[in-house]
Design a protein. Structure first.
Length: 237
C-alpha cells in the first residue's frame, strides 16, 4: 500500500480540539479526510454538529475547501456497551476511586486510533491527526504522548506500514489551542469554534457563554472556559 505523504485523516468529533486539528491539517496537507465515531456517548449531539462545522471551515479558505475530502462515521456502539463510564451511561461526573475521571472510557482512544489507521491505510493517507493532549487535559491515560507513540509502533508493525500519528495539541494548553486556531484561521475560525463546535460532556447546548455552548460545570467545559479566559487575557488591547 502506497501512502501519500501529502495526505491526512483527521479524527473529527466536532469539538474545539478536533476542529483546530482539522484547520491545522488543512493548512499543511493537500488532501484531508475526516472520520468520526459514534459509540453511545452521552454527548451524542457532537455527532450533529460535525457536518455543519465541516461545511463552515471549508468556507474559510478556497485552499481548505479544495483540500477537504470525504467524511465517514464509524459505529462503535459496542464500546459504549462494554465500558462503564459517565460518558456512556447516566452516571455522576467526578473522580473514580483510582483517581481517574469518571468520564474516562477505557480504551476509547486506542480503539479510535486503530480504526482510523485502518481507514487511512485503505485510503492511502499517511498522516492520522488526533486532538489528544497531556498538557491541559482531564487526565485520560490514553491521551498521553507515550501511549500514542507506543500505539504507532504497534500499528505500523502490525500493518507493515509507515503511518504517522500526529498530535499537534500534545504539548500546548487550552489557551494555546485557542491561539493556534487564531493563527490558523484568524478571528473567523475562533468565532466558528465558539459558535458551532461542541465540547460539553453533558451535551448541553442551551447555556451560552463567551467561549461557546455548554453546561459550564463538567471537566470539558471548565477546561475550555479556563483556556478561553487565559487566551483573552493575552490579546492586544
Amino acid at each position: 500500500m502506497t501512502l501519500d505523504p501529502s495526505s491526512a485523516l483527521v479524527l473529527f468529533s466536532g469539538g474545539q480540539d478536533s476542529t483546530t486539528c482539522l484547520a491545522w491539517a488543512l493548512s499543511r496537507y493537500q488532501r484531508v479526510e475526516t472520520i468520526g465515531f459514534s459509540y453511545g456517548q452521552r454527548h451524542a449531539v457532537e455527532m450533529e454538529v460535525r457536518e455543519p462545522v465541516r461545511r463552515a471551515i471549508a468556507k474559510l479558505s478556497d485552499d481548505w475547501r479544495q483540500r477537504l475530502g470525504p467524511d465517514r462515521v464509524v459505529s462503535l456502539d459496542v464500546l459504549g456497551s462494554v465500558s462503564q463510564s459517565a460518558l456512556t451511561a447516566d452516571l455522576p461526573m467526578g473522580t473514580r476511586p483510582d483517581g481517574l475521571p469518571a468520564t474516562f472510557v477505557p480504551g476509547r482512544n486506542l480503539v479510535f486510533l486503530t480504526f482510523a489507521t485502518i481507514v487511512a491505510y485503505q485510503r492511502g493517507l499517511k498522516h492520522v491527526v488526533a486532538g489528544v493532549c497531556e498538557t491541559d487535559f482531564s487526565g485520560y491515560p490514553d491521551c498521553r504522548d507515550d501511549t500514542v507513540k507506543a500505539l504507532q509502533v504497534a500499528i505500523n508493525l502490525g500493518m507493515e506500514a509507515r503511518l504517522v500519528l500526529e498530535t499537534p495539541l500534545m504539548w500546548i494548553d487550552k489557551a494555546d489551542t485557542w491561539r493556534l486556531a487564531d493563527q490558523l484561521g484568524g478571528r473567523t475560525l475562533v468565532d466558528l469554534i465558539v459558535e458551532e463546535t461542541h465540547t460539553c460532556y453533558l451535551g448541553d447546548r442551551t447555556h451560552r457563554h463567551d467561549w461557546g455552548l455548554g453546561c459550564g460545570t463538567c471537566d470539558a467545559c471548565r477546561l475550555r472556559a479556563n483556556g478561553w479566559s487565559r487566551y483573552q487575557a493575552r490579546l492586544p488591547p
